[in-house]
Design a protein around this ligand. Structure first.
Ligand SMILES: [Zn+2]
Ligand SMILES: [Zn+2]
Length: 232
């Protein structure tokens, strides 16, 4: 009887804690089993692209020091990204931030001056919610840094520089006035990337504004399964 009372009290406490991916009961946004299904991204260690090789990449100029993603955009990781886009619980952002920091070893590189983010496109702005900002705040909090708004979407005038595939994702950015970024190392975060184009142009805007070093990191990256298994 007493045990039943305790059990039902625990169940009540956890009642609204269902795994975002499989629906099983959990205190976190995803259950342990779903978190264990996150897949590591296999791509270039510098730019993150699965089509690039480290050696070829070293020959070219990039606006960031590194651009890396923590997990493959599939299964429970995809469900977590969608939960964040829908304006999910703070715990969703904390979980994504935790995975991003630990998998990309960002905790070891503690010399970031601040965390900033790729601002959302018009759809998210209309909803009044920017999941990139929320993720940046969660990452900054975990690293004991400040999340600083630095970028705004600036239009499409430079898109002729891109091939068609990149154009689908890319937008270009301008830096907000008053950025005190000189002599700083910035950590630029976003929830998910496909081609890395947004991160490229956001990093470029920061570099052009005088930020000496930018490290770009996303929670997830879309990756074709075939390429994934070839890399393994
Ligand atoms: Zn689950
Ligand atoms: Zn590369």
């Amino acid at each position: 009887m007493f045990e039943n009372l305790i059990t039902s009290a625990i169940e009540k406490a956890f009642a609204d804690g269902a795994c975002t991916s499989c629906g099983s009961r959990t205190v976190d946004v995803l259950c342990v089993s779903c978190i264990s299904r996150f897949e590591t991204v296999y791509g270039c260690r510098r730019c993150g692209s699965p089509q690039c090789t480290d050696m070829a990449c070293d020959q070219r100029w990039l606006p960031y020091r590194r651009c890396q993603s923590a997990v493959v955009y599939a299964g429970p990781a995809r469900d977590l990204v969608l939960a964040m886009k829908r304006g999910g619980r703070p715990a969703a952002f904390r979980l994504a931030a935790r995975e991003l920091i630990s998998r990309l070893d960002l905790d070891a590189a503690r010399d970031f001056a601040f965390v900033t983010w790729v601002p959302a496109g018009r759809g998210a702005r209309d909803r009044g919610f920017d999941q990139g900002r929320e993720l940046a705040v969660a990452v900054a909090s975990a690293l004991r840094l400040e999340a600083v708004p630095t970028l705004r979407r600036a239009g499409k005038d430079r898109q002729h520089m891109l091939d068609r595939e990149m154009r689908l994702e890319a937008d270009v950015f301008s830096v907000r006035r008053g950025l005190r970024a000189a002599h700083c190392r910035a950590l630029l975060v976003d929830d998910v990337t496909t081609t890395g184009a947004s991160l490229y142009f956001a990093s470029l805007a920061l570099k052009e504004a005088g930020v000496p070093s930018v490290e770009a990191a996303t929670f997830a990256r879309t990756q074709l399964r075939l390429q994934h298994h070839q890399e393994v």
